[in-house]
Design a protein around this ligand. Sequence first.
Ligand SMILES: [Zn+2]
Length: 346
Amino acid sequence: MAHAFTTTRSPAALKRRSFLGAAALGMGAVGMWPELQTFAADVQDFLVGPPVKDIPPQQVSKHVWMIYAPDGFPTPENRGMMSNVSFVVTSAGVVILDSGSSLQIGQMAIRMIKKVTPLPVIAVFNSHFHGDHWLGNHAFVEEYGTQLPIYALAKTIETIKGIEGNTWRLLMERWTNQSSAGTKSVAPTHVVTHGQKFKFGDVDLVLHHYGRAHTDADLCVEVVQDKVTSIGDIAMTNRIANIDDGSYMGTFKYYQAIKAAAGAQLWLPGHGQPAKDLLDSYGQFMAGIWEPCLQAVKDGKSEAEAKALVLKDPRVQKRAKDMQGFDSNIGKYTSLAYLEAEKEAF
Ligand SMILES: [Zn+2]
């Protein structure tokens, strides 16, 4: 992949931090050449994209708030604001449930949190390794210090620390025309596991993980007192979910398991508005892709025939118009369903 900074950059979209100008002038005056060279090499580290516009938080329940992203995909216009940042206001401080797609989005979230409560952020949870759910970690560490615990499943941390973490950072810069520049890849610091319980002041959290769904490490966080569960990307309201790293069968199993364990909840997704029937409604759509593919494989039909069946399925047709990313992704995600069905059937 080309380095993001080799692509055309809009000067208006970037600003240098103020001390850069001052330092450059100072160095010119005293002529400190070795320092200047070091400085020049570091200049790219100081290019920072513009702020993201404020989105007033919406209260979801007694303790839970959501900073809502209307768009499901990153663009230069939305500067990467494509996924919800949710937070829990406890008597002990604020707990973040997914930190957004960039330093700038994390900073916007911090501005919004300060309008709701004077309490500091005391913990961050990242649902999975896709960059729109954790690249904002940088802002929270910058504001609240590197001792701030950032929790995630082991596989999520491992993947972010590997090549995938930096790839997401660079992709976000490219998709937003460098608006997210300045964002550093800050991996979660603390491993959590399924069933783990946390108490933050007056709020209890229970963690859930039931195998591969959207990725091989999707953490769901149940806010016990509120009957609200943050589900990352295992279901979405306003866009089609990326299934490249996921599994259809795994997703259905995950839904069953978490519904059995948590009971009735307001399901709070990373994309779109929360809903009590979200696992059922998104599950219906997924089944509309999966079941025709499985049947096609069993009947010895081709992938092209399976795709035609999927597009005719009423559960899929019902969502085709209102779901962001449907037209550009349904072909690929049907192929992935067909491949998985072939493995399942034999
Ligand atoms: Zn995702």
